[in-house]
Design a binder for this molecule. Structure first.
Ligand code: MG
Ligand code: MG
Length: 252
């Protein structure tokens, strides 16, 4: 069931979203060669709790960490660990929190130290895919418009669009209806309505879109070992279009 949020509820989600933006900005500033993802995970948890919020991933179906830290060919849901990050790695951080009963969910990918031009381009195009989706998010358009916008841009660069995982509705629950696939056909799927709140999160692979889950039961990797990038924000659909709840107003 898709839950439609009131303006007041969207304002509350915006408060959660701004908190999460602060956490992710602080994490991004710490990412460098030598730091471990366990350090980043602890930093995220401490910061979220100090704001009076709760990490929403930790304990979710048994997930053990505050952040998902996914490196290189890891797509999403990677476990943080004590291995120092190395220059040239692609690190995706996904994080969620809940404040006053309202969820926020956001992810970014960044190069550690110096990354190859190819890896930088993959990350750039993944972010561009997100913004292509934002352009078509408005009441009356359809879910397939979002998927098509992402897929067309990624495939124009020869990349694979991960299909086994997708964006989602979000609100009081981290994962609500509808699923928001990163592929699809324009003009198809349910209509977008004012008051819907969704997480849009392209996961784009340098090679094939096929993925599998590691033996830890969580970490998703590309089958061909190619690098993968992830970028996500929580969005409210308003009469004017997409309001990005996990970015400061000026940049949304
Ligand atoms: Mg996420
Ligand atoms: Mg999400």
């Amino acid at each position: 069931m898709i839950t439609i949020k009131t303006g007041a509820e969207i304002e509350k989600m915006h408060v959660s979203g701004q908190m999460l933006h602060k956490v992710l900005t602080a994490l991004k500033a710490e990412i460098r060669e030598g730091i471990t993802t366990n350090q980043l995970d602890k930093m995220a948890e401490d910061m979220i709790r100090s704001m009076g919020a709760t990490p929403s991933f930790k304990g979710y179906h048994g997930f053990p960490y505050t952040i998902c830290a996914s490196v290189d060919e890891q797509v999403v849901h990677g476990f943080s660990n004590d291995k120092p990050l190395k220059s040239g790695q692609l690190l995706s951080i996904d994080c969620g929190l809940v404040y006053d009963g309202w969820q926020a969910d956001s992810a970014f990918s960044v190069g550690v130290g110096k990354v190859s031009r190819e890896v930088q381009k993959l990350m750039d195009v993944t972010e561009e895919c997100f913004w292509k989706a934002v352009e078509v998010i408005k009441p009356g358009n359809r879910l397939g418009d979002i998927g098509q916008a992402i897929q067309a841009h990624a495939e124009a660069h020869g990349y694979g669009v991960v299909r086994d995982l997708c964006g989602h509705g979000i609100g009081r629950e981290m994962h609500e209806d509808p699923n928001v696939p990163n592929y699809g056909k324009a003009g198809h799927g349910i209509r977008l309505r004012e008051g819907m709140t969704i997480a849009v999160e392209p996961m784009i692979a340098m090679g094939s879109y096929k993925v599998r889950v590691l033996d830890d039961g969580w970490t998703v990797v590309t089958c061909d070992g190619s690098f993968c990038s992830h970028y996500e924000h929580t969005i409210a659909i308003t009469d004017k279009g997409a309001k990005i709840l996990t970015l400061p107003e000026a940049s949304a």
